[in-house]
Design a protein around this ligand. Structure first.
Ligand SMILES: [Zn+2]
Length: 247
C-alpha cells in the first residue's frame, strides 16, 4: 500500500491492516531514490507474501539496501535473516538487542515463552548478523537519513527512527508508541516503566508530522500529538492505554 510519495506499507497482520501473515507487524518501505530502506521485517511466516507486495509496487527484493529493526521481538525481527539472504541488505538493530538477534536467543526476546501462544509451537527465530545502533546514530541511503533514538519500555531497548521524507518529519516507532498514545506493556522480563516515561518525553520533543507505528493505523499529519498523549498519561502518574490486542 503506497501511503506517501516515497513510503509504502508492505506487510501488516491482524493487529493492523491484515494483508500479509496475521502475525506480521507493519513493515514499511522507504524509496530513497538509491534503493530502499525497510523498517522491520515481519515474523518470517509466509514472507513471500511480503515479497509479492514489494514487487507489486515495482521494486525488487534486491532494492532493499538497509533494514532497520525497531526491536528483537519475532513479529518485527523474525524476517531479518530472510530479507538479508534475499537482498544482501545490511541489517541494523538497537545495540543492546543486537547480540540476541545475531545469536537467535529465544529466551532473550521471550519467544520461548510465547510458543504455542502468540507464535506457533514450531516457530523458530532465525539468527541474523546485525550492525548495532546507538542513541543518536544515523543511517543514510540516497536522499533519506534516519536517526535512531532508544525508547526502552516495551522491550529492553526499542529504537525509533526519525527522518525527513517527502518534506515531512517522520517517526517510525515499532512497538514504542502507537496511534492515540497507546502502548503495549507485556509481563516480560525486559519491560520497564519509569525509563519508558523518561524516554517518551524525549521522543515527544522531536518534530513529528507523520507517525508510522508497528501495529494499527499510521498518521500523516500531527503525529507528535499521539506521542504527547502518551507523555501526558505518564506525567499524570499513570500508564498509557494498552494497544487493542488479541491472539
Ligand atoms: Zn509487535
Amino acid at each position: 500500500m503506497k501511503i506517501t510519495d516515497h513510503v509504502y506499507v508492505v506487510a501488516s497482520g491482524k493487529l493492523g491492516f491484515s494483508f500479509t501473515h496475521p502475525l506480521d507487524c507493519n513493515v514499511f518501505l522507504i524509496d530513497t531514490g538509491s534503493g530502499c530502506i525497510m523498517i522491520d521485517s515481519g515474523v518470517n511466516l509466509e514472507p513471500e507474501r511480503i515479497v509479492n507486495v514489494i514487487e507489486s509496487h515495482g521494486f525488487q527484493p534486491g532494492d532493499v539496501k538497509k533494514l532497520l529493526l525497531t526491536h528483537y521481538h519475532g513479529d518485527h525481527a523474525g524476517g531479518a535473516a530472510f530479507f538479508r539472504n534475499l537482498s544482501g541488505c545490511e541489517v541494523y538493530a538497537p545495540a543492546k538487542e543486537a547480540e540476541a538477534i545475531a545469536a537467535g536467543d529465544e529466551d532473550a526476546n521471550s519467544i520461548s515463552l510465547s510458543k504455542g501462544g502468540f507464535y506457533p509451537s514450531d516457530y523458530v527465530f532465525p539468527k541474523c548478523p546485525v550492525t548495532p545502533l546507538y542513541e543518536g546514530e544515523s543511517v543514510t541511503l540516497g536522499n533519506v537519513t534516519m536517526k535512531g533514538y532508544v525508547l526502552p519500555g516495551h522491550s529492553l531497548e526499542d529504537m525509533v527512527y526519525h527522518g525527513k521524507i517527502d518534506g515531512k518529519q517522520c517517526l517510525f516507532t515499532g512497538d514504542g508508541v502507537f496511534a492515540a498514545g497507546q502502548v503495549l506493556i507485556q509481563s516480560l522480563h525486559d519491560v520497564s516503566i519509569y525509563p519508558y516515561k523518561i524516554h517518551m518525553k524525549k521522543i515527544s520533543e522531536l518534530p513529528i508530522d507523520a507517525l508510522f507505528p508497528g501495529h494499527g493505523v499510521f498518521c500523516l499529519e500531527n503525529g507528535g500529538d499521539h506521542v504527547k498523549a502518551a507523555v501526558a498519561k505518564f506525567e499524570s502518574g499513570l500508564i498509557p492505554s494498552q494497544l487493542y490486542y488479541f491472539v
